[in-house]
Design a protein around this ligand. Structure first.
Ligand code: ATP
Ligand code: MG
Length: 414
């Protein structure tokens, strides 16, 4: 299946809105064995949308347009696609009725004109219900057997419609064209992971390999045709074995998921004590739904007085060797664990910049303490980059350090 996407909107091209729908659709498609062949982003201009629709349909089996289905003057997708397919627009009373019901349930009144505009639908289009908004989606078959989906722009309307309406229609028509599997690794350089991955791939007859490096994590993805699913499974087993401790368990897509699994297995709860990350580690952890099962809270001790007051860090340590030091990172974690609110913790203290650095303690110097009572590990890191990059790396590295401590062979004896 050749799948093209046409994203519509000045707000995307102007950088006011991030094109998250493309990312969500891309991963939905990969999950189901297809990939997006091409994406084009165009402004809210009728002729441009029409021309790009015609161009896409010269080669695509499926075209998905995103956005521009609403009632405002910049919503031009319906007339533009109708023009591209030389279809008349027809007023659909049931669409108008459904929009009125949706609005009255929410005590919203809009002009009849706006309702009727959204009920103008290219002839022959199938209406895709939109339980989360007014504009319905549309699915239009072309005479040569292609499918054109018109989906709304707001992500909370777009994704449910893509998953519940578009996906089943695609599955009914097109077989999956690929199978893929991934390994997430931590604490290994991308180039070292690549050497291992290439060797494994070669031993098993070759695959398309993709790498994606994020701070402190590398993700390796092998893709092949469905007929080679067994070879793929064998290669993945091999790859996992070769990466051993550096590979997250099967099914884990992030180090937080890995930590969650280990803590759940042992019935442990964790907490964080954060200075330079300002709660960023807690945020990363609580991004995982269900995090409350293993994460109970954070002390954001940004100011020294808070390190003393809430974590019991001795003032003498804050004076010498100073707040950014191995001793203070250790004392912060010790103080957190002494609160008896968690058995496992992370504490970080560092200089995120851009100011505050000195010759002995430059910007990017960070101490990370992880572990549990009597088993605290403190490591010193020197990160590069601006404030945002440094803080992002500290969050990633702190989680990796905890994960490594939890899964180290000596930790598993307990
Ligand atoms: P509405 O009925 O709300 O007007 P619509 O289908 O007409 O929906 P647009 O007007 O194009 O859609 O976009 C509405 C909003 O949806 C945008 O302001 C933006 O916030 C969001 N949006 C549109 N396209 C995308 C995209 N590709 N990725 C993420 N968000 C998007
Ligand atoms: Mg709109």
């Amino acid at each position: 299946m050749k799948l093209h996407i046409l994203c519509i909107g000045n707000e995307i091209l102007g950088g006011r809105v991030l094109n998250t729908n493309l990312a969500s659709l891309g991963s939905l498609c990969e999950e189901h064995g297809w990939h997006i062949e091409r994406e084009t982003c165009v402004p809210d201009d009728l002729e441009t949308i029409r021309r790009e629709t015609v161009a896409a349909l010269a080669t695509a089996d499926v075209l998905v347009t995103i956005g521009g289905l609403g009632p405002t003057t910049d919503d031009l997708t319906r007339p533009a696609v109708a023009a591209a397919l030389t279809l008349p627009l027809q007023w659909q009373p049931e669409v108008a009725a459904r929009i009125r019901t949706f609005l009255s349930q929410r005590q919203i009144t809009i002009h009849d004109e706006a309702v009727n505009l959204q009920a103008m639908v290219p002839a022959g289009a199938e209406i895709l219900p939109n339980p989360n908004g007014t504009a319905p989606g549309l699915c239009i078959p072309t005479p040569s057997g292609q499918l054109v989906f018109l989906l709304p722009g707001p992500p909370h309307e777009f994704m449910p419609m893509a998953r519940n309406e578009m996906l089943p229609r695609l599955q009914a028509r097109f077989a999956r064209t690929e199978v893929a599997d991934s390994v997430f690794c931590v604490g290994i350089a991308e180039s070292n992971a690549a050497v291992i991955a290439e060797a494994v791939a070669q031993r098993h007859g070759g695959f398309d390999i993709a790498y994606c490096a994020k701070p402190a994590q590398v993700y390796i993805r092998f893709t092949t045709v469905p007929e080679r699913a067994a070879a793929l499974a064998a290669a993945m087993r091999d790859l996992r074995q070769e990466l051993s401790a550096q590979a997250l368990p099967q099914g884990c897509q992030s180090v937080v998921e890995g930590i969650a699994q280990v803590l759940a297995k042992d019935g442990l709860v964790m907490a964080t004590a954060e200075s330079c990350t300002g709660g960023g580690i807690a945020k990363a952890i609580t991004d995982l739904p269900g995090a409350s099962a293993f994460f109970h809270g954070a002390v954001i001790s940004y100011d020294n007085a808070w390190k003393t007051r809430f974590l019991g860090v001795p003032e003498s340590l804050l004076a010498e060797p100073g707040a950014v030091s191995e001793a203070v990172a250790r004392a912060m974690l010790q103080g957190l664990l002494d609160l008896k609110v968690a058995q496992v913790g992370i504490a970080v203290t560092g200089i995120a910049g851009p100011t505050g650095g000195t010759l002995e303690k430059p910007v990017g110097l960070v101490y990370v303490a992880t572990g549990r009572q009597e088993k605290i590990t403190v490591r010193r890191y020197q990160f590069a980059g601006d404030r945002e990059a440094i803080r992002e790396r500290v969050v990633a590295m702190a989680l990796v350090q905890l994960w490594q401590g939890l899964t180290a062979p000596e930790a598993q004896k307990h």
